[in-house]
Design a protein around this ligand. Structure first.
Ligand SMILES: NC(=O)c1ccc[n+]([C@@H]2O[C@H](COP(=O)([O-])OP(=O)(O)OC[C@H]3O[C@@H](n4cnc5c(N)ncnc54)[C@H](O)[C@@H]3O)[C@@H](O)[C@H]2O)c1
Length: 445
């Protein structure tokens, strides 16, 4: 296909993309070195540690399939808030007519709050969802090692910490695994199961099966910064930000992404999530990060100006009281233009095709790296992660599927062009180069 078709997909192509998504979802459940029929560990009772945003949603996903859950928090207010959020979510479903009141009561009765870590003792599976802090998580896993019953699966919902470092503090690293749920956990269909160095095959098989039972699509990943989903997402957002520094305005980037098929553009998403997500970490990393590559720090400057997004009434856009519609903000646009000047960038007109290609091809190149390093088992796993967890337009079938449709030679040629201009981030993935040389596609792997 020509890249002009990025914005127009025929009915036949849409049907093909849907078929691809269907088979990708089935395929994701197969793990080559774990035979189907591997005996699963029993999961009759689960403990979730941390009753925050994720813990509550995870508890609901389990209660929804009839599994009793002990929701444990160290902080009484944290626990009460978490339990209240669970009740509110179920009440919401009842009032929308999606759930019978009796069913709500049955599910709520399956979730018990606790302030005692010792209450993990009867759990067949423990899912840790406390703050993203390696020291804290290691502390929790030391306790789990003491308190959980032999053979219990010990899972962490970390978004990006090294699961091996967490497993290493226990005497049973074979039982430790990543279970990366997405927010809101009771709604989102994606579950990344993260295989650490010595995770036992039956632990993986059990979690993949549990994911399926919870109505989710479980995808296996290896340890890598951001696993599969967030690894690609980093590339997507980075290019979007560079585009703004190079000459596009936030609404132009967002318009191109929406025309491509996303429900929202990335800058509207940032404003919704809050531009300060990750602010402290990024500030802290600035002093020691390598200086051989380009970094995008505009978002940090927005935070310093109080442009946190919807919650502060302004971010990449401005918002009117009680209205979440992003409106163009001349003040922000002026600031962006001045920033380009300060960075010595000659701003240029950037076409909508170029915008989409830069956002997309960074993901595809990263996807090829994940495949080469066996972080992802197969291209279709990356596609299904994107279709179920990241709002990738369904009619495009996922980033790797789309790359095959565009033609890998054409994708690589653009990546080489970006690499020549922008360097480090665009180093072509060796696998992509090899596939082009051999005239093969991702689907042939
Ligand atoms: N929020 C997201 O979108 C998201 C998505 C995927 C993964 N995650 C990951 O999930 C984990 C939890 O994130 P969250 O957003 O739910 O956090 P949160 O801040 O909403 O909740 C964390 C909870 O952990 C509790 N806690 C802290 N220390 C504890 C301890 N020692 N023992 C028991 N409970 C303790 C806190 O009281 C709090 O209720 C993090 O690792 C995060 O990276 C978050």
């Amino acid at each position: 296909m020509s890249t002009t078709d990025l914005f127009a997909v025929s009915e036949t192509e849409r049907e093909r993309a849907a078929l691809h998504a269907k088979s990708a979802a089935t395929e994701a459940g197969r793990v080559p070195d774990i035979p189907e029929g591997t005996a699963l560990r029993p999961v009759h009772r689960v403990a979730v540690i941390g009753a925050g945003t994720m813990g509550g949603g995870i508890a609901m996903s389990l209660a929804n399939i009839g599994i009793p859950v002990t929701l444990i928090d160290a902080n009484p207010q944290g626990l009460e808030r978490g339990l209240q959020r669970v009740r509110d979510n179920y009440d919401g479903s009842v009032s929308r007519g999606k759930l019978e009141a009796a069913e709500r009561d049955r599910r709520l009765a399956l979730i018990t709050g606790s302030l005692q870590m010792a209450d993990v003792k009867d759990a067949d599976l423990v899912i840790e969802a406390v703050f993203e802090d390696i020291g804290l998580k290691q502390d929790i896993f030391r306790q789990l090692d003491r308190l959980a019953k032999p053979g219990a699966i010990l899972a962490t919902n970390t978004s990006g910490l090294d699961v091996d470092e967490i497993a290493s503090v226990t005497s049973r690293p074979q039982d430790v695994v990543g279970a990366h749920f997405f927010s809101p956990a009771h709604v989102m269909k994606l579950l990344e199961v993260v295989r650490a160095a010595v995770t036992a095959p039956d632990v993986i098989a059990t979690l993949m099966d549990l994911g399926r039972r919870m109505g989710k699509i479980a995808v296996l990943a290896r340890i890598y910064p951001g696993f599969i989903g967030n690894a690609l997402f980093r590339n997507y957002t980075r290019e979007a930000h560079f585009l703004v520094e190079d000459g596009a305005l936030p609404h132009e980037v967002d318009a191109a992404l929406k025309k491509f098929g996303y429900a929202m553009g990335i800058f509207a998403v940032h404003d919704m999530a809050g531009n300060d997500v990750g602010y402290q970490t990024r500030k802290a990393q600035m002093a020691t990060r390598p200086n051989d590559r380009r970094w995008n720090d505009l978002i940090l400057k927005l935070c310093d100006q109080g442009r946190l997004g919807q919650k502060s009434g302004k971010g990449w856009y401005r918002y009117e009281e009680g209205d979440r519609t992003p409106k163009r903000d001349p003040e922000l646009e002026q600031f962006v233009i001045e920033e380009s000047g300060r960075m010595g960038i000659q701003r240029q007109q950037i076409s909508e095709h170029e915008i989409v290609k830069r956002c997309l091809y960074g993901m595809i190149n990263e996807g090829a790296k994940l495949l080469e390093q066996r972080v992802a088992l197969r291209p279709s796993d990356i596609d299904i992660v994107y279709l179920t967890g990241y709002g990738f337009p369904a009619h495009h079938g996922g980033p790797m599927y789309l790359a095959d449709r565009i033609g890998l030679a054409s994708v690589l040629a653009d990546i080489q062009r970006y690499n020549a201009r922008d360097g480090f981030w665009w180093r072509p993935a060796p696998l992509l180069e090899r596939l082009v040389e051999e005239n093969r596609r991702f689907a042939d792997l």
